[in-house]
Each structure stands twice: as structure tokens, then as C-alpha cells.
Design a protein around this ligand. Sequence first.
Ligand code: GLN
Length: 455
Amino acid sequence: MDVAAIKVLFEEHKIRKVKVGGFDVDGVLRGKYVSLDKFWSAVESGFGFCDVIFGWDVADVLYDNAKVTGWSTGYPDAHATIDLSTFRVLPAERDTAAFLVDFVNKDGTAHPACPRSLLRRMISDAATRGYQPTFSAEFEFWVFKETPQSLQEKDFRKLTPLSPGMFGYSWLREEQNQAFCHAILDEMQAFDCAIEGLHTETGPGVYEVALRYDEALRAADKAALFKTEMKSLAARHGLAVTFMAKFNHDLPGSSGHIHQSLWSSARPGAAPRNVFFDDKADAKLSTIGRQYLAGQVALMPELTALYSPTINSYKRYVPGVWAPLTASWGIENRTCAIRAIPGGPSSTRLEYRQTAADINPYIAMATCLAAGLYGIDEKLEPPAPASGDASSRTDLAPLPRTLKDATALLAKSERAHKILGEAFVDHYVRTRDWEVRQHERFVTDWELRRYFESI
Ligand SMILES: NC(=O)CC[C@H](N)C(=O)O
């Protein structure tokens, strides 16, 4: 989209203000309002954005081990470039346009810690092999009758869910919360985050949304923006949502599954077709599809820290709640980390099920793509598809069960460094190492309840 097209859109929507933002390593959208004058000059030549957004953690505490920025560099500005094609109007601020930015170095190369730039690089790696990745995300999230203040006051405990009881696919609960459900569907459509399906999952106040598929960068934008915008939308309804992987040990976790296929044109100018589809193959999955799948299965344990980024991600990995425990795949098998979905020429695809709602969509999608392309490059053959409960199989590689173990595997993975780039993986490992250390020193309420009196 060029400047002239944006000017027409600004006229049409009577835009008076602009908000620009970029996603950090934890998938948090960091942004600000800018005046129209500032916006137009930034469109021309970019603008400065303090690089502390890559120097602090999810709670704005400064890393003690980062190399990309820090006290030693003085936290200078990173250079941000506005992606005009991400134009949106904010649902609750109808005169305010929103744009996403990419972070770049002074020489124009991508900033090593910028997740959106990482995904761009993987998409361009796919393009050099002739493939266009088509992705989508689905998220489960829990909704509470709480506000940001009440969450703090209650210390995140004894929260009131939007609705009581276990009631999956509940026609009733949706009707009882109709204003909220309609707002999700209508506002997300208007915000270019179109939803294919919305339903209650099993648990008090838990919903699942399937976002419509799109070209990978746009799919990641939609996933990341959905999570951000959902929090604002809920607040306007007097509600709060969480995308934690596991907010309560007694209830199911929240998935963040990623649907994937690669598309390619047989010759220049021809319409692209889904190269995962082969009508004659098992599960309709072509050789390219099998190789892509094999790459993801082979690299799954060592890339887990990228797919499961928080301490909490690993609490979801328990038996009996459809969260995978092994590096496995199966045909229409929801106990596996990857579900092959045999469909028609356009719908045959892979569902990556290891990931939870706490993913940074850019990093998770970039990692899926990098691992899949690795499988194609190496012409890997996947293991036999798992049937029955793949989580209880002891012959399949287990997934790491803590962020500490997953980070150690990632740190020593030569393949991860090769396919995702030294600079990004080095920075990412540092951030996860920090996260582990932050957690290790913390005394939890579980410890107090268990040991305080009795030990
Ligand atoms: N929708 C589902 O397949 C359930 C997923 C499950 N809640 C998980 O954490 O992975």
C-alpha cells in the first residue's frame, strides 16, 4: 500500500490521530500515539523508538545479560519503519489509525531482536524455494468479570469467571453472553482479524477462536493483534481475559495451535496451489508436506523454548487435557504435537498443537517455518504416524518439561542457530535464561501453603 492509498483511507475514515507499535520478544505490543505530521515524516524516513523494548522483560525489568542493548550502549533509539500495509482503524477510537512497525539497524538490516523481522526472513527463505506459507492461529482464552484493578487487588486469585461450570460448545453460554460474543466477531472483522469460528471450550468462562488463514506475515499480525485487541475489547465490557498457557492447575490449559500449508505456482503467473495436497498419498499429504512435517518433528524438543516461551507454558504439559507430551504426529489425532488434516486441494494442512495461547505468534510461526523448510532441504522422512494416545508413548522423544531444560536444549542446538540465525537465537536464549532466573528466586504461594507450618 502506498502513501496515496493511505491518504485516501485517512480521508475516508476521518483519521485525526495515529498509533504506531511493534511487538517485542514476549509478543507484547509496545507503541505510542504520534501526531499526523510526525506520522507522515516517519513514513518517509522511519523514526526512532527507544530500544529498551528489547532490553526489558515482560514486566519491564531490565535484563542483566542482554547484548543487543543495555547500560553499556546507553539504550539508544532503534530505527522503526512503518509497514503501511498494516493500516487499521482502532475499534474503540474510530478517528485513530494503527500501524505496525519493523525494527531495523542503522544500515537498514533487520534488528536482531525484532520478531516480525525474524518471520519476514523465514518467509523470504520460503520464497527463495518457491513457497508461499499460508498460516492461521487459533487461541483459547479465559474470560473473567474483573478489571485490571480488581485483578491486582485480588492478587490474581479467586477471580469470578464470565460463566460457571464446564460447558464446551455451549449454545446457551454464547447466547447468555451475546453482546460480548457479537463484539468479538464484529470488531475483529472490522479490525482485519477475521474470525472463522468462536465457541466455548470446556471450563468456566473459556472461549476458543479460530482466526481466518492468510499469508504468513499477515496471519502472525492478526494473531498478535487479536491477543492485544481482545484485552481492550474485554475491558470495555467490564471483563478481563488471559492468554496464559495454564491459568489454573485444576482446569485445562489454553492452546494456541498453528495451521500451516505451503503454496506454490507451477509457472510464473499461474495461480498458486497448496503443495501439501496429494490426492493419492496417505492423509492426502504430499512428499513436500511429509518432509516439512518431518523437520518439525525432528527439531521439536530443541526448538521448544521458542514455541513455549514462559515458565507457565510447561504447566500445560500434563496428560489428559489434549496438550501433547511427545514429539509426535498423527492423522486426525489430537493427542499428537502435530495433527495432519487430510482435506481437499486447499484445506489439506498441518496443525501444530504443541503451542499454547502464550506464544509470540511471530516467533512461533517463524520457528514452524524454519523447521519445516529444514525438513524439505534435508529431505527428511517422518516417523510412522501415531495412533491412539501419543502422549503415553515412551518410544517417542519427550518434550522438555521446564523452560530451563528447553532453553538449555535451544542454547546448544546447532540446527536452531543455523536455521533461525545466530543473533536472534543468542538474544532469545539470554531472555529465557533471565526468565528462568527470575522465577527460581521467587517463593510461591504453593510453597507457603505446603511448608510454612508443617516443616
Ligand atoms: N481445542 C483443543 O484441541 C484443546 C486443546 C487444549 N486445551 C490444549 O491446551 O492444548
